[in-house]
Design a protein around this ligand. Structure first.
Ligand code: ZN
Length: 497
């Protein structure tokens, strides 16, 4: 049960032969963008068969779960779905290497000095943003990371198109692409941690500048570096675009966003400010290479040679392209250590019905709803600004003694944060406040807000909608909102729906 031959990456030993082999392998990742749907499906099926074989042979959880599915079957709709709660409850039985245990992984990630080390000497580990109060642990091979960077260089790079791509590789050796990476969180969050796993050979083709998004000298450092690519969360880029008059980016070719939902108004603002296409990568810790953004259309193209995305309704029945699904089921074909097979993700997607003008044949997600998209309008010195759920989520999701949180905007600039502790624990409110203030400092809104903290034994769902809401506003959208921000407010209405 070896990996399908096309997944083999030359070992990285620093030698010239290894560099050439890896460069060749990276360049080949371009091919899937030009494949016919039939050829793409064949590759998908080959990898799926391999993944299911491994899961059945080495994962007690999947062996039991797939007991009633006939051997050799690769029709995914015949397989039961796995939720995040199942995955975490049966973690030790899900993984295909018995040396990997939940306890071992938790211990490993509790020490942030391990962020650049391999777990058990070979695995890459991370945890997701736990929107349900508990983060998911992820264990994978370096292959997953290699694919992420190779896709970014080829599929996520509008300069790497057609025959131009061969000259681009040569040109990059003499004039490496300068990539500025603005990090808004540290630790084992995928968006921060993946950079620790950058394959060394990439440094032949690219130069990197890593900066915390709240660096006081951000503008000067960026201007010195003269980035060709700038990559950050949409919120960070949106804020940076406000300083466009001070920024000198003569060589900038593209902006890449990740980790949060990029709304259409935000894309337009960023793209107009920087005068470059914005490529929005939609992904999650469970499949970090899921998509690459598109330079000509909204949404992102799914890297369907290595992942299967099913858009389904609430009964897990397929939803046709062009219609909004209730959730998605992800099958990551590259992770054989911790298989994610029909793994449920709560995001709501619409798949595009037409071939994309950019020429990439891979299926495109046209619209993405969901994620922590609610926000509060806060009055700052610079006028009304939206405060998203992310600072709260990033601050509280990894405080182990906090099971759930809720933020209520009681007055325009006054918030009440309620924290529900894990039973039999007492949350450290001082620490929670400190974490939140750190996150709010990045948004530049910390000084404008007056925040009160409360510990409650149980946070209940909304009596009207029966849904749990983390962001509740008692004041809503300001009446005297600047007309240029009105479309952001209409986004808000969209996400409220
Ligand atoms: Zn496209």
């Amino acid at each position: 049960m070896n990996a399908p031959p096309h997944d083999h990456v030359a070992p990285e030993n620093g030698g010239i032969l290894s560099l050439l082999k890896r460069t060749w392998w990276t360049g080949r990742q371009y091919d899937a963008m030009c494949m016919t749907p039939q050829r793409l499906r064949r590759g998908q099926e080959e990898r799926l068969r391999h993944l299911i074989d491994i899961a059945r042979a080495r994962s007690p959880y999947y062996r039991e779960k797939f007991r009633d599915v006939p051997p050799g079957c690769t029709d995914l709709t015949q397989f039961p779905v796995t939720t995040k709660a199942d995955m975490m409850a049966h973690f030790d039985d899900v993984v295909t290497d018995p040396a990997v245990t939940r306890e071992g992984v938790e211990q490993f990630i509790s020490d942030t000095r391990n962020v650049s080390r391999s777990f058990l000497g070979k695995y890459c580990v991370a945890h997701t943003s736990g929107s349900q109060g508990q983060p998911t642990l992820i264990v994978q091979d370096q292959l997953v990371l290699d694919l992420l960077f190779a896709f970014q260089m080829t599929r996520g790079n509008p300069a790497f198109r057609g025959l131009k791509r061969f000259t681009q590789i040569v040109r990059n050796v003499f004039n490496p692409t300068r990539v500025a990476v603005l990090i808004s969180q540290q630790g084992f969050f995928p968006s921060a941690w993946v950079w620790q796993r950058l394959p060394k050979y990439m440094h032949c083709y690219m130069r990197f500048l890593f900066l915390p998004a709240n660096d006081p000298d951000l503008v000067a450092k960026l201007n010195d570096f003269r980035p060709m690519v700038v990559t950050a969360t949409p919120t960070t880029l949106d804020l940076l675009s406000l300083k466009i008059d001070q920024l000198r980016f003569p060589d900038l070719r593209q902006a890449v966003t990740w980790s949060e939902t990029l709304t259409e108004p935000a894309r337009r603002r960023i793209s107009e400010a920087f005068q470059v296409p914005v490529m929005d990568n939609y992904a999650m810790g469970e499949c970090i290479f899921l998509t690459n953004g598109c330079a000509t259309a909204t949404g992102a193209h799914i890297n369907a040679d290595c992942v299967i995305v099913e858009v389904v309704d609430d009964q897990n029945r397929p939803v046709p392209h062009g219609q909004l699904g209730h959730k998605v089921l992800i099958t990551n074909l590259a992770n054989t250590v911790q298989p994610f097979i029909r793994y449920e993700i709560g995001d709501r997607l619409v798949m595009a019905t037409e071939p994309c003008r950019c020429g990439n044949h891979l299926p495109r997600i046209e619209k993405l709803l969901g994620r922590a998209a609610d926000f509060f309008w806060v009055n700052t010195a610079a006028g009304f600004r939206p405060l998203t759920a992310y600072p709260f989520q990033h601050a509280f999701d990894y405080l182990r003694e906090i099971r759930e949180w809720q933020a209520e905007q009681v007055e325009r600039n006054r918030l009440l944060v309620r924290l529900e502790p894990v039973p039999a624990t007492t949350p450290d409110l001082k620490k929670a406040r400190h974490r939140l203030e750190e996150r709010l400092a990045i948004t530049g809104m910390q000084a404008d807000l007056d925040i009160e903290f409360q510990t409650v034994s149980h946070l209940a769902t909304d009596a009207h909608t029966a849904k749990f809401r983390r962001m509740i506003s008692r004041v809503g959208i300001p009446d005297d909102l600047d007309p240029s921000l009105k479309e952001v407010a209409s986004d808000f209405a969209l996400f409220q729906a």
